[in-house]
Structure formats: C-alpha cells, structure tokens
Design a protein around this ligand. Structure first.
Ligand code: GDP
Ligand code: MG
Length: 148
C-alpha cells in the first residue's frame, strides 16, 4: 500500500476548509492513516521544503507556513502519491482544473503572489514522488505513529 503526505496549509485552516479538503480524499477511497495539527518552526519548514532552498520563492514559502497552524495528514491507498496530486491540482490555483481542490477552492494566482512578494496561497501540499513521500512522512510523524 502506498502512502503520501498532505499538509493543509495555513490558508486552508484559516478559511475553515479542513473538513472539505479531507472529505475529497476520503471520498476518493484514500485512507487517513494519521493526522495532526502542528505549528512548525521556521527551521522545520526549511527542512520540509529543502528541495526548494535555492528557488527565488524559498523565503516567502517558509513565511507562509512557519509558526502557523498546519494540518499534517498521512494518506494511504493504491497509487496514493499520484492520485493525491491529481485531486490537489496544479500549483497555481488560477490554472488548476475544475474538480480539483486548488481549482475549486483556491482564490489566488502566481501572478498576484509574485507581485505581492509572497508565496502562492494554494491550500495544500502533497508529496511529489514516493521517495519524497517517505522522507516527508518521517519528518512529520514518529515511526511508532504509523502502522505498517
Ligand atoms: P507544489 O508541489 O504544487 O506545491 O509546488 P512546488 O513544490 O513547486 O512549490 C512549493 C510551493 O511554493 C507551492 O505550493 C507554492 O505555495 C509556492 N510557489 C511555487 N512556485 C511559486 C512561484 O513561482 N511564486 C510564488 N510566489 N510561490 C510559488
Ligand atoms: Mg512540491
């Protein structure tokens, strides 16, 4: 069974979309294997997004999540990584397909975010590959919290 990590980012928590977002994964047959609300430190967010450390948006991306309420979720199911990415939709909500979380519920764009020198507010993070998923699950959860 494949696992992946989803984060409901601070805009999702602030806009009261936790239930709506989790419902979309559950309705698709994905299992919530663990879930927790976290207020990550800057250092923790930097570790989570280490792959982006040389990107121009790295610092504003860290500002977006650090010291704010985030919901960390482990989802389990066949092809969980790619299925979850499909349900989430494209990075820029203004370009994300209808029927996806970012396409239906997102209200931001890359253009607006870059002009305002902040991260794109797009409600959720989802692991990009199986390897990233395993790394990220280890970062956010203790091994004893996850059933094999
Ligand atoms: P994701 O996998 O779809 O979340 O996208 P990435 O891994 O490429 O980027 C991580 C996060 O950084 C995104 O979800 C956005 O919040 C933010 N981000 C990505 N690209 C840009 C950009 O070009 N400009 C700004 N302002 N933020 C960005
Ligand atoms: Mg990514």
């Amino acid at each position: 069974m494949e696992r992946t990590l989803v984060l409901i980012k601070p805009d999702g928590v602030e806009r009261n979309l936790i239930g709506e977002i989790i419902k979309r994964f559950e309705e698709n047959g994905l299992k919530v294997a663990n879930l927790r609300m976290v207020i990550p430190s800057r250092e923790f967010v930097q570790a989570h997004y280490a792959v982006h450390k040389d990107k121009p948006f790295f610092n504003v991306l860290v500002d977006y999540l650090a010291e704010k309420r985030v919901v960390a979720i482990v989802l389990e199911g066949e092809d969980a990584v790619s299925r979850v990415r499909k349900i989430v939709g494209a990075t820029d909500p203004s370009k994300a397909e209808k029927g996806t979380i970012r396409g239906d519920l997102g209200n931001d764009s890359k253009e607006k975010a870059d002009a305002e020198r902040r991260s794109i507010y797009n409600l959720v993070h989802a692991s990009g590959t199986r390897e990233e998923a395993e790394e990220e699950i280890k970062l956010w959860f203790e091994e004893s919290e996850i059933l094999e």
